[in-house]
Design a protein around this ligand. Structure first.
Ligand code: 5GP
Ligand code: MG
Ligand code: MG
Length: 179
């Protein structure tokens, strides 16, 4: 375990098993539909890579980068598009792949934007969900794990751009924040 981690909440094995489950659900749901799978950078990049390997239907990928947090641990409520999609979503079955839903602000903004761009359908697959902290009415169509109200890192998720490479999800030691 990394020296800055106080506790591992979900192990690498548990994450990989859950992703295989999500992948088979999505493969059944999108049979014959050629979905456009959108990764919300940076946090979802590892989940996206592992997830699409478990989906058996033909699909296309694109990437988008949005920011609502900066180096803080709380949402500012301001969602900024840092990198937009390369392709049009008009008439497409879009599947948004997210790392974690917290307040829900980032995602509700994204969904609205994709609907305005005339996507045929917009669904959300998130690996982690913290429903206790929601400020907008929003639920993912596919959820991996429901988490308690704590700031987690690993498996794509960062604190000040660190810890994204950890293969598990954990909680940082309190002294890391006061550095
Ligand atoms: P929301 O807009 O739902 O409040 O926040 C969504 C984004 O905030 C996530 O995609 C993620 O980048 C970041 N975020 C939310 N909760 C956590 C957390 O517990 N740990 C980390 N590292 N990032 C989080
Ligand atoms: Mg995210
Ligand atoms: Mg972050």
């Amino acid at each position: 375990m990394h020296n800055d981690i106080q506790e591992v909440l979900i192990s690498e094995e548990e994450i990989q098993a859950k992703i295989r489950e999500l992948g088979s659900k999505l493969s059944a749901e999108y049979e014959g539909r050629n979905p456009l799978v959108i990764c919300v950078l940076k946090g979802a990049f590892i989940f996206m890579a592992d997830l699409v390997k478990t989906i058996t239907v033909p699909l296309e990928l694109d990437f988008m980068a949005v920011s609502s947090y900066g180096a803080s641990t709380k949402s500012s409520g301001v969602v900024k598009i840092i990198k937009d999609l390369d392709v049009s979503v008009e008439g497409r079955d879009v599947l948004i792949v997210e790392d974690i839903i917290d307040s829900g602000l980032t995602l509700s903004h994204l969904i609205e934007m994709l609907q305005n761009r005339k996507a045929k359908s917009v669904a959300v697959c998130t690996l982690f969900d913290k429903p206790a902290r929601r400020t907008v009415d929003l639920q993912a169509d596919y959820t991996g794990f429901v988490l308690p109200d704590a700031f987690v890192v690993g498996y794509g998720l960062d604190y000040a751009e660190h810890y994204r490479n950890l293969p598990y999800i954990g909680i940082l030691k309190p002294e890391i924040y006061s550095k």
